[in-house]
Design a protein around this ligand. Structure first.
Ligand code: S0N
Length: 274
């Protein structure tokens, strides 16, 4: 049985729920009628909530999930798929879920996918880009792109391949099969599988362990693991965080202070470690 915990709404949206509890920001795609498929509105709202999580220091771990017990997310809403992308209320086609993927990758805090059912198509990519995936036993995984007229050649292809290996990634995309939670565990696509009624407890347990660790160490590790795969963009993120650390040193302060005090900086007083 799931432990009863009080999730407090952070902000009210149309397509998602955004709640807080004990250091965790939980984003729930709330379109169970469509197996939690996303529209441009859904993606924009997730993006907004992720921005809040990025900025707000009360939130140390982010959980992404879907409403109900059938689906995590079934990808882009096929009802609003038009020419050039998913057409929102403004009539403009967008692929703004790609922005969400990037935000999850560059979030300087762990993001856990709480996969409570189908993770299909663009919904599958969403769990892939999360740092950790914990799935319920009823979860089902797969890509459908080549069958339904789409593909994700970004993280959905290359990062998937680095998670499960090239052969398996090609199988997943080329065959468009569905995989059980157990199969997903065996191929390293998810970290843990638990009964549905224990899913939230399992996720919160791992979140609490991570929250006890050094946030800076966790942040640098996440960005280093990204940088290895993300080329210049990954290095830029990692370098930005190295700069943040540098700005926290007295050595960096000396440079700024010397400029403001109109004197030469004295960097010699700082030790140079081997
Ligand atoms: C998830 C599935 C397997 C669940 O099957 P189940 O349980 O039998 O339920 P259904 O009866 O099929 O569904 C219940 C109701 O929900 C609707 N529905 C389900 N999924 C969607 C969806 N994605 N869009 C709209 N509606 C959906 C059903 O229609 C049904 O409604 P009613 O009751 O009225 O009949 C099964 O539902 C399934 O296979 N769903 C479709 C999965 C899919 O193909 N998703 C889209 C894949 N493509 C993407 O996600 C594109 C990704 C993307 O955005 C992107 C990213 C990067 C670069 C490019 C793109 C790009 O746009 O191409």
């Amino acid at each position: 049985m799931t432990t009863q915990r009080t999730w407090t709404p952070i902000k009210i949206y149309e397509d998602i729920l955004f709640d807080y509890c004990e250091g965790i920001g939980k984003i729930t795609i709330n379109r169970p009628r469509y197996r939690n498929a996303f529209t441009p509105t859904t993606a924009a709202e997730i993006s907004d909530a992720l921005r809040y999580c990025h900025e707000n220091s009360d939130i140390q771990v982010i959980v992404l999930t879907g409403a109900g017990d059938k689906a995590f997310c079934s990808g882009g809403d096929q009802n609003v798929k038009g020419v050039g992308g998913y057409v929102g209320k403004d009539g403009i086609p967008r692929l703004n879920i790609l922005e969400v993927q990037k935000q999850i990758r560059s979030m300087p805090k762990p993001v856990i996918a709480m996969v409570n059912g189908y993770a299909i198509g663009g919904g599958h990519v969403l769990h892939v880009v999360c740092d950790l995936s914990i799935a319920s036993e009823n979860a089902i995984f797969g890509q459908t792109g080549p069958r339904v007229g789409s593909f994700d050649a970004g993280f959905g292809a290359s990062y998937l391949a680095s998670v499960v290996g090239q052969k398996k990634a090609r199988e997943i995309w080329f065959l468009c099969r569905q995989y059980s939670a157990q199969e997903a565990l065996e191929m390293g696509l998810v970290n843990k599988v638990v009964p549905l009624d224990q899913l939230e407890d399992a996720v919160v347990e791992w979140a609490k362990i991570m929250m006890q660790h050094s946030p800076m160490a966790m942040r640098m590790l996440k960005l280093a693991l990204n940088a290895d795969l993300d080329g210049q963009a990954g290095l830029q993120e990692f370098a930005g965080n190295a700069t943040l650390l540098y700005y926290m040193t007295e050595e960096a302060q000396e440079g700024k202070n010397a400029f403001l005090e109109k004197r030469d900086p004295d960097f010699k007083k700082f030790p140079q470690f081997p």
